[in-house]
Ligand binder design. Sequence first.
Ligand SMILES: [Zn+2]
Length: 333
Amino acid sequence: MVDYLAHADSLLDNPVINPNWSQQARPLQWIEKIVVHHEAQFRPSVYDNTPRYEAEAAYQNNTSIPGSLGLQYHAKIDNVGTITWTRPLTTILWHCGNLDVNNHSIAVCLDGNMEDQMPTREQLESLKQLLDYWTSPVSGAFPANKGDVYPHQEFSATACCGTNLIPYVNHYRTSLGNPAMLDVPYDHPELQPPVVPVDAIQAPVAATTPEVAPTPAQEVTPVVEPVVAPDASAVPVPTHVAETTPAPAEVPASSPAPTPTTAPATKTPFWSTTIGRTLLGLLTTLITPAILALQNAQPKDAALAAVVLGAVTVLTTFKDLLNPSVPNTNSSK
Ligand SMILES: [Zn+2]
């Protein structure tokens, strides 16, 4: 489907169609209704919009709407759906034979005589796009919405906008913007954009997927590693540190001593020292006799064994708390 709004024309600078009519100015906030008209003239398949719309303005000024000035519709839609902006929405136009409604409405007119002709498929698609736009906030924020769209016939005795178009307009209003499309052909199907094959639609989707997928994967991987490293004993941490600090290693090459000194100096775990390891070994060897004492000994001995067991348990736990990370370099020293 053509984006008719994106390809709209403008005749706002045409003095016959849009002459200065400043006494008819109003604020946008007055616009409470949208009125749909038909041209009531036979619509050929090929024609030039500008002279056609100029002639229509002249006919209205001299004959059908005496006292009016310029074309009395804010927008026109031709046979191929081209929207032409013809008057500013802030200009009150004389289009529906009702002064109050004229003051508070905007008007769009479809080319053709919808009493004798069907609207073209392009005109219906274009009309819906225009009504959707006018009733959306981006259009300028006036009060009229999808429930305020009417055929001209609603406000005065007329056949406008034609028996072949009035049901579509009424359905737009009652369905709040979702009218059933009429079974009418395109007047110029060759102007419609080509149908995009399904394969072409899937191709870009498949192309996007691999680009998106690796990104989160790469983000997750580094996150997991640092979390695991500190928890799973001290081994990985010093390994990384040692590998990531080869730069300073060049300096100590002449004097290797300073390098190891820097790392262990800050953290010397008690249970890695000679005294610590001896004490830990002593406590461990006491576990078995203590259990035996608990099983068949005097209450005194049992109490002593319980104290020893408790001490071992506390110290073992304390050891873990004291040594969250034990560098290999330390234990080798
Ligand atoms: Zn009308």
